[in-house]
Design a protein around this ligand. Structure first.
Ligand code: ARG
Length: 279
């Protein structure tokens, strides 16, 4: 597709929740990217994160902040805290003990903000790390973190159709490292991260999807956030940025190299709060 035939895109203002990486560190390894022996620059991590927050604000989005907790170095990855659809909140339940205490912190935040439909989860689910909301569908990952039984729970709590996708490559342990939502009807993904059956399901649901190669996936290019026009993604995913431009999107490159040492990037830092449509 040449740039002149690309569809006209429009950004819609979003509401995000983020957590400043004040206590960020890599002190344990729960995914293949984490190496506790490798030094982390906490100040640089905060600077890089601040840049992402600033970019969201400059592009017209609202960013709320949750207070970071000392001793929870991964809490910066707010996407894992909860899934919010129509102002209804399903709080995460973490796979690993190291992150378990993040769930009550997110629960408390939503309660304090006055949300009146906040649910604890029965089954392990790492929220938007594994749940991608688009249109009336939620694409739900499993294989490494989220328990497949949590998919049924999500369907019951949110009242949305849930499509289960099986992840098979440990580098792409959360769905949001292997697939990103671009609009209500469009996704991009790295085929190598999925089981053959899940790949067939994706092909059928999204025949026009942007297929991402291993090089762009490996620098976390799919850990991206789209507002319908701008796609915020790691600045190292240069091939993907080109493809997105051809499709009529405006890629916005971000350097989150410090956070990548924990196996996270743009999307991991961003929990989207989806409000009920006004009647
Ligand atoms: N170190 C964190 C973990 O392994 C990274 C989480 C990244 N978040 C995400 N949404 N993929 O749990």
């Amino acid at each position: 597709m040449s740039p002149t035939t690309a569809p006209v895109r429009e950004a819609t203002p979003r509401h995000y929740l983020m957590c400043r990486p004040t206590y960020f560190d890599v002190t344990y390894a729960i995914n293949p990217w984490m190496d506790p022996g490798k030094p982390v620059d906490p100040e640089l991590a905060v600077e890089q994160w601040e840049q992402l927050r600033r970019l969201y604000l400059e592009h017209g989005h609202t960013v709320d902040l949750i207070e970071p907790v000392d001793g929870l170095p991964d809490m910066v990855f707010a996407a894992n805290g909860a899934t919010v659809v129509d102002d209804r909140v399903l709080v995460a339940r973490f796979r690993h003990a190291e992150r378990a205490a993040e769930a009550p912190a997110y629960y408390a935040w939503f309660m304090l903000q006055g949300y009146d439909d906040v649910h604890h989860a029965e089954y392990v689910n790492e929220a938007e790390g594994d749940y991608m909301v688009l249109g009336d569908t939620v694409l739900a990952g499993t294989g490494f973190r989220t328990d497949p039984r949590a998919h049924t729970e999500l369907e019951e709590v949110l009242g949305r159709r849930v499509v289960t996708l099986n992840l098979v490559d440990p580098r792409f342990y959360h769905l949001d490292t292997a697939l990103a939502v671009l609009s209500d009807t469009e996704v991009m993904y790295y085929p190598g991260a999925f089981s053959p059956q899940s790949l067939a399901a994706l092909r059928e649901l999204y025949p026009g999807a942007v297929l991402v190669d291993e090089a762009d996936a490996d620098v976390f290019g799919l850990n991206a956030v789209s507002d319908g026009l701008h796609v915020f993604l790691p600045d190292t995913a240069t091939g993907l940025a080109r493809t997105l431009r051809e499709r009529g999107f405006e890629p916005v490159g971000v350097d989150l190299s410090e956070l990548l040492k924990a196996g996270g990037s743009v999307k991991c830092c961003t929990l989207e709060i989806r409000h009920r449509a006004e009647a």
